[in-house]
Design a protein around this ligand. Structure first.
Ligand code: AQP
Length: 330
């Protein structure tokens, strides 16, 4: 059975881009594949985050993932820091990754553009290597992500191939799974930039947990262009194409096909807003239920961590042996 792994950081507010680009695929694919989904709390430490916020967000994101349909009887849902093999393998991989290749990571460049590299946390620089460890620990075949993660996935593959070449076959080399539609949901107010937790304005991002009327208002006020033609062309018409993608994902039709139904932007915006609200309604309902049962969420995460650690330990042992470390005492 194909093994799938993906994760999300418990930072900021989860937005429609995270949901469409990643979370919905995890819920859909769990029945076909052996799925491991984790909350990347160690990655969250690469930026400034208040400890009490981190704790609360970790549980909130776990509840949201369950509300989105992840079934703990079907997939393995866990928190990264509760599986100590992640940073352990991370160190072995840091000793295989090259400084120059991390230097090329555009996320590092983007996130340090404002404050400068000098003040950036070392963890922000090296976290793509920890991400490679997250993936390689589980003999992962497929990693369903949004297109912003493509470069990190390439790095993970390069590290795995280099390790296997240097020390003998140890890791499965994973493939990125990036959907054709919805892999990059754009900022509603700046449709040439991706919808982002940290960089989008409040009006530019739709939060998965915000009230339906607020979501609808933001989508209806999305920036389009000065023309009137409704056409799916992400380069020439990014705002309109983004609305068509939102409508397509929410209704299960293709954006090209949907474009033919509209001659004006107003009705397209109204329909996209209504469709997104309907699409997220069941998630809101289940999330509310889980809010009153946080003990259940904590229990799911504990069981998930045990299951993940058992598998991760096997891979870590293989990697330690390959590089020449003495085996741990039983
Ligand atoms: N705009 C997007 N469209 C489609 N997919 C997206 N993802 C993120 N933004 C979009 C995908 O969401 C998953 C979880 O991403 P993450 O944990 O890396 O989230 P993040 O980086 O905290 O979210 P942002 O908005 O990307 O944050 P900032 O602004 O801090 O950079 C991933 O699969 C990602 O591809």
């Amino acid at each position: 059975m194909t093994r799938v792994l993906s994760g999300i950081q418990p930072t900021g507010e989860i937005h429609l881009g995270n949901y469409i680009g990643a979370i919905r695929h995890w819920a859909d694919e769990q029945h076909e594949h052996d799925s491991f989904i984790f909350i990347a709390d160690l990655h969250a430490l690469t930026m400034d985050i208040d400890p009490s916020v981190l704790r609360a967000k970790t549980l909130e994101v776990a509840s949201l993932l369950l509300a989105a349909g992840l079934d703990p009887n079907v997939c393995t849902l866990f928190v990264q820091s509760q599986v100590p093999q992640h940073p352990q393998l991370g160190w072995l991989l840091e000793c295989v990754a090259a400084f120059g290749e991390l230097r090329r990571m555009t996320q590092f460049k983007d996130k340090t553009a404002k404050g400068g590299e000098g003040a950036a946390r070392v963890g922000l620089f090296t976290y793509p290597v920890l991400q490679a460890a997250d993936i390689l620990l589980y003999d992962t075949d497929r990693v369903p992500v949004g297109s912003d993660q493509r470069q990190h996935l390439e790095l993970c593959r390069d590290i795995a191939i280099r390790f296997n070449t240097r020390y003998g076959s140890t890791f499965v080399v994973p493939q990125a799974a990036i959907a054709k539609v919805g892999a990059k949901i754009m900022d509603l107010q700046d449709p040439v930039a991706k919808m982002s937790k940290s960089r989008s304005s409040p009006q530019g991002k739709v939060l998965v947990l915000e009230p339906p009327e607020v979501m609808a208002k933001k989508i209806k006020r999305a920036i389009t262009d000065a023309e009137t033609e409704v056409r799916y062309d992400a380069k020439a018409k990014p705002g309109v194409s983004n609305l068509l993608e939102l409508l397509a994902v929410s209704t299960g039709r293709s954006p090209e096909d949907l474009a033919g139904d509209y001659t004006q932007y107003g009705p397209l915006k109204a329909d996209a807003a209504a469709a997104v609200v309907e699409f997220l309604r069941p998630v809101h309902e289940r999330f509310r239920e889980l809010q009153s049962d946080q003990g259940y969420v904590v229990d799911v995460l504990a069981k998930g961590a045990d299951k993940a650690a058992a598998l991760a330990e096997q891979t870590l042992r293989r990697a330690k042996q390959a590089v020449g470390l003495l085996p741990s005492r039983p």
